[in-house]
Design a protein around this ligand. Sequence first.
Ligand code: SAM
Ligand code: SF4
Length: 474
Amino acid sequence: MSSFTPPRRLSETAADFIDEALLHGLLQGSAEPGRVREIIAKSRSKEALSLDETACLLKAELPDLIEEIFDAARSLKRDVYGNRIVLFAPLYIGSECTNDCAYCAFRRSNRDVQRRTLSPDEIREQVQALLDRGHKRLILVFGEHPSYSANFIADCVRAVYAVRRPKASIRRVNINAAPMDHEGFAAIKAAGIGTYQIFQETYHHETYARVHPRSTRKGDYLWRLDALSRAMEAGCDDVGIGALFGLYDWKFEVLGLVAHALFLQSQYGVGPHTISFPRLRPAAGVRLDERHRVADADFKRLIAILRLAVPYTGLILTAREPPELRREVMEFGVSQIDAGSRIELGGYTEAGDAQVLDREQFALGDLRPLDEVLRQLIVDGYIPSFCTACYRLGRTGEHFMEYAIPGFIQQFCTPNALTTLMEYLVDYGSQETYEAGMGLIRSELDKLPDGPRKAALIERLNRIRETDQRDLYF
Ligand code: SAM
Ligand code: SF4
């Protein structure tokens, strides 16, 4: 088959900034404990790390040093994000795909998966079901296909925002869809998307070529690597990067992610808003190559090291992982998780309790309903949050960085987390979750200093509990 050559205009800064020889070189040899401790100290002061410094943490193999990295990640997470965890849900819109990614059930050569694209009515039904469970933030997910043009995606975003329930609507719609051109990014921005997210899958060129046939659009490494630069130039300054862990050496992929973050920061003055680190999961019709499987112990390390390397970037942990592991790794720096997720097309109304593998992209590891995940978070000392305030008040991109300063959490994040939690408890929470949540709200209020902000917060919490007023954010 001949190579696919899309008409393409790359970004103004387009460059393959993944220097493999450099990254491999940085990972050679072992880490000197004194140097590892110096780097940990630097990251504790919330300074982003260089590639060289990140590589040094990746090379730390002594159990004591690894524990010190975990401790630093725990405390940095508390300093930068407090104890909030933001909750969202994925909504799969279409499983048509012209690519042939070796690891994915949606790949075009898989005849056994059901192909489907939700109609506007079906999108509305799914969104209603999600709203009725308490969700406020969604990420829409698409295969790569000519029918999923930027305008189609923009229409889906508008359709989601238009769905109304008596006291609720979706307040933030993020996107995970194939790379677009500048015009496409401008179209989805105009529809009001929050984060545009795309994963490079692997930063290692040879592996990339092996799992993404050159005859497909996704086979073009640079078109994908450059996508977020085009997004920035088109005005989408809120972007998410990611790597699919298990395709190649995990340490190399961490350096690839950090290189990508540093590149965006240096070229556009703002790094990615989020980093995702999905691990490969079983999928219909896929025989997984286990060579680079990432063990749980290494998964924890990679999360902690990412936390230290990019202190102000959100880290997303998905329901691909099983509940116990999610619980365990959350403290190393995760800021967002999905909950109550179903990824079968139409899964929020049509699927039963068990997963239907031939209707989904891969198998999930955590199928607990939102209410249960949320209650567990409360029991573990986190504040579940559905806050969307920053994005709606324009506190994104480089502006967001200005706000990621001491005091911001107490002024904005904790109050917004508590008001959105109160909304959930009053409107959707089970009795058990309601009681646990009210206890948490009381104890968080006790921790806040007295003053006008606390008084305003208490007034809003009361208003939410006693009236139908909602969406009161700082
Ligand atoms: N089609 C778009 C694309 O490839 O960019 C949308 C993304 S896809 C629907 C979402 C992500 O799921 C992919 O970027 C990939 O990282 C991940 N994924 C695909 N197959 C997977 C598997 N078997 N296990 C875990 N994650 C997988
Ligand atoms: Fe298509 Fe995305 Fe799956 Fe690749 S990962 S086959 S592009 S849906």
